[in-house]
Design a protein around this ligand. Structure first.
Ligand SMILES: *[C@@H]1O[C@H](CO)[C@@H](O)[C@H](O)[C@H]1NC(C)=O
Ligand SMILES: *[C@@H]1O[C@H](CO)[C@@H](O)[C@H](O)[C@H]1NC(C)=O
Ligand SMILES: *[C@@H]1O[C@H](CO)[C@@H](O)[C@H](O)[C@H]1NC(C)=O
Ligand SMILES: *[C@@H]1O[C@H](CO)[C@@H](O)[C@H](O)[C@H]1NC(C)=O
Length: 334
């Protein structure tokens, strides 16, 4: 319980320090290059009657999110105008942070992929973040197609492979279904629930976070070789991040546009290098330093307790009342 108290205290402290963006124009909260990314299938290149999507180009991958957000807007219209309450915003905003903070670039520096000058839109297959995010972009997109939400047949699109490690990814509905069935099932369940007339916000969050966590098991276990491309502080951050997601999932954080945007103020704005020790990183805000420290403590606790801390946290967050209280506390400090 002391651990839970600490985590709650630290998180609240972090969020208390977060400056809440009070911009009346929601479009200022959109991820980078949102307007430059495809909003409909016809914005993609066509070849042999198929839309060609290269998920290793930032705007192409972001376009899948933009289409997804566009086509799911009607299911969230009952909660707020302008698609603000669409909980799928968490994905593109997260991907936008990865891009802006340099995390999609080639960590080995063998190529200019993701660097300026060079190929700024390139997403490197050697980037741990890019590989994890692949499973949070392509399978959800394919599951949405398969659920009939995007009004297109999966035979009408073609997802291009990366320049290497082709066998570690999947490219179409049937391929992904046999390759990572639990990921596809998780997202299909979410989209099916979303389409049911009785869907409510709480239920949507549950299905979303279940799909989200199920999407991480495969890539987190397969791309462990990527850690070697980073300085230790960044590799540790990646490992702690993968742990922390499970805690966030248990509290079913509503990943709406505003909330995700505010939350992201605490994320490290650049890739960590040798000598970066939280909470003493000079070019990070106090909030960013604190979040990083918090993730370290969480990661260590998780490993020391053999993940019992996650079990405890899940129990603590198992009732709607507890999750609402948690959120209220956060919002009080925001
Ligand atoms: C989201 O933020 C915008 C700008 O700060 C605000 O106008 C809007 O009311 C907020 N919406 C919700 C649902 O909080
Ligand atoms: C919001 O900002 C965008 C981009 O800066 C602009 O195109 C749009 O007209 C603005 N909308 C409103 C309602 O001010
Ligand atoms: C969806 O995309 C279409 C076509 O680009 C656009 O006209 C429409 O306003 C978008 N809808 C939403 C909710 O973003
Ligand atoms: C679905 O796609 C078909 C053919 O591409 C088009 O005619 C129809 O208008 C689309 N329906 C919606 C709701 O977008």
């Amino acid at each position: 319980m002391a651990f839970l108290a600490f985590w709650a205290w630290a998180l609240v402290g972090c969020l208390a320090a977060a400056a809440l963006a009070q911009d009346s124009n929601l479009s200022t909260l959109y991820p980078p290059l949102w307007d430059e990314s495809p909003e409909q299938f016809s914005d993609y290149r066509v070849e042999n009657g198929k839309y060609i999507i290269d998920p290793w180009v930032f705007t192409d991958r972001m376009g899948m999110y933009r289409i997804l957000l566009n086509q799911t807007a009607k299911y969230f219209a009952k909660f707020a105008p302008e698609n603000e309450q669409n909980i799928l915003w968490g994905l593109p905003l997260q991907h936008g942070w990865q891009y802006r903070s340099g995390r999609l670039a080639d960590p080995t520096r063998r190529t200019d992929c993701g660097y300026y000058p060079g190929d700024t839109l390139c997403i490197s297959v050697d980037s741990w973040w890019a590989d994890i995010n692949y499973y949070l972009s392509v399978p959800p997109f394919l599951a949405a197609i398969d659920s009939g939400i995007l009004n297109i047949s999966s035979t009408q699109i073609k997802i291009l492979p990366p320049p290497e490690d082709e066998a570690k990814f999947c490219y179409d509905v049937s391929g992904c279904q046999s390759f990572v069935p639990e990921i596809m099932d998780g997202w299909r369940a979410f989209f099916q629930y979303m389409q049911s007339p009785s869907s409510d916000f709480e239920g949507l969050l549950k299905y979303l976070w279940d799909a989200h966590t199920s999407s991480l098991d495969y890539p987190v276990s397969v791309f462990v070789d990527r850690y070697a491309y980073y300085f230790e502080p960044e590799a540790d951050f990646e490992k702690n991040w993968a742990v922390a997601v499970n805690y966030l999932a248990a509290s079913r954080l509503p990943t709406t546009l505003n909330r995700t945007h505010n939350f992201q103020a605490g994320f490290p704005p650049r890739v960590l290098v040798d000598g970066d020790i939280a909470p003493f990183i000079g070019d990070f805000t106090p909030l960013q330093n604190r979040v990083l420290l918090l993730l370290q403590v969480l990661g260590v606790t998780h490993r020391l307790t053999g993940s019992l801390s996650l079990v405890a946290w899940k129990i603590a967050m198992s009732t709607k009342a507890a999750r609402e209280l948690f959120l209220k506390v956060l919002e009080y400090f925001l």
